[in-house]
Design a protein around this ligand. Structure first.
Ligand code: KG4
Ligand code: ZN
Length: 345
């Protein structure tokens, strides 16, 4: 089953060809980071224009690198949401056009479901655990949540109250004058720094917040807006620690907040395995910390490979190949879903 995947939900233009949920033939990604960097964040109109300019040649490149041709494609998968509406429109329009022109079925994929699928692209993930119960931390620039993966069922058990983990790193990096994207910039700046030099909050939510968490347990939810404010106030003071100590302490606050919730989630749900995906999962300190938690709790940990952590189309095609997608018939009926909640069954 050869599937073409297309991803344009934010600021990465991506195309990929897979032969099944875990067999990637080619995956190409063009990041727009350089174009957005001077604005300190993604400018939706610029993102959409760049997707439109680049996607056609990128799809051809994916086919070429996969050593395949149009008639060999069995179906087309595309991210339909959540994401920036103008960005999603470009990818879905291309996917509809290809599905119609090639006479192939079209699959609409949920972006977070695709990130979750990227955990199974970890070559260490054993086939014996496919279909078993896992607890996954999904950490990106737009989303931060804890998801129970139970066979085909997904259950959201924790989410952020305000900023996403990646957003906290991006905003922190801006305050520290480190540029965009903030995650890798803070990781570099933290090298050699003392992670306990500055005390930053871990964003604990109280029972009072529970009403706004729509039934989720406050103990499994995240809050990062106080962290950014704490950094702002810290930087206004004059008795400052060295820059790498501040960066390391800030990064540690994000990493620790995530590790704490994963640990609590294991205690609450006793999953067979642990996983982590999304752009922030590229972070080495987070990968090390989660490995420690997994070892202590006696659970195997699977991490999305670095190239499939940040947005890519391999995970989109893989999710569709794994049956995690909606068949859209006729293809032109596909609508973008910028605020699509994670499908839970
Ligand atoms: O998954 P992604 O590419 O896009 C979204 O769907 O949001 O994630 C982008 C986020 C950004 O906030 C970026 O700062 C963060 O992932 N990120 C990292 C690292 N690389 C990217 N955060 C921490 N450490 C990294 N090495
Ligand atoms: Zn993403």
């Amino acid at each position: 089953m050869r599937m073409l995947g297309i991803e344009t939900s934010c600021d990465e233009t991506a195309a990929a060809v897979v032969d099944g949920p875990r067999q990637v033939r080619a995956s190409v990604v063009l990041s727009q980071i350089a174009e957005h960097a001077s604005h300190g964040g993604v400018v939706p109109e610029v993102a959409a224009r760049l997707h439109a300019e680049r996607l056609p040649t990128l799809v051809e490149q994916a086919l070429r690198e996969a050593g395949t041709d149009w008639p060999d494609l069995d179906s087309i998968a595309v991210t339909a949401g959540p994401g920036l509406a103008t960005s999603l429109l470009v990818g879905t329009a291309a996917a509809i056009t290809l599905a119609l022109r090639l006479g192939r079925p079209l699959w609409a994929v949920h972006h977070l479901d695709a990130h979750l699928q990227s955990i199974l692209l970890d070559p260490a993930f054993p086939m014996s655990l496919e279909g078993s119960r896992g607890l996954a931390l999904l950490v990106s620039g737009g989303h931060t949540c804890l998801v129970l993966v139970d066979g085909k069922v997904r259950r959201l058990v924790g989410a952020t109250f305000d900023d996403a983990a990646g957003e906290a790193l991006d905003k922190g990096a801006r305050l520290l004058g480190l540029g965009y994207p903030g995650g890798p910039a803070i990781e570099r700046a933290a090298k050699g720094g003392q992670a306990d030099a500055v005390e930053f909050p871990r964003g604990e939510l109280s029972d009072r917040d529970a009403a706004e968490l729509r039934g989720l347990s406050p103990a499994l939810c995240f809050s990062f807006s106080g962290l950014k404010t704490a950094l702002l106030y810290y930087l206004r003071r004059c008795d400052r620690a060295p820059a790498n100590d501040v960066a390391a302490s800030y990064q540690e606050a994000v990493v620790d907040a995530l590790a704490i919730r994963l640990r609590r989630g294991v205690e609450a749900f006793s999953p067979d395995w642990l996983g982590c995906a999304g752009g922030v999962a590229r972070n080495d300190r987070l990968r090390t910390r989660l490995a420690e938690v997994a070892r202590e709790l006696g659970r195997p940990l699977y991490l999305a490979p670095a190239e499939y952590c940040t947005d890519n189309a391999a995970m989109v095609a893989a999710a569709a190949a794994a049956g995690r997608a909606e068949h859209v018939e006729p293809p032109e009926a596909l609508c973008i879903r910028p605020t699509w909640p994670l499908p839970v069954t």
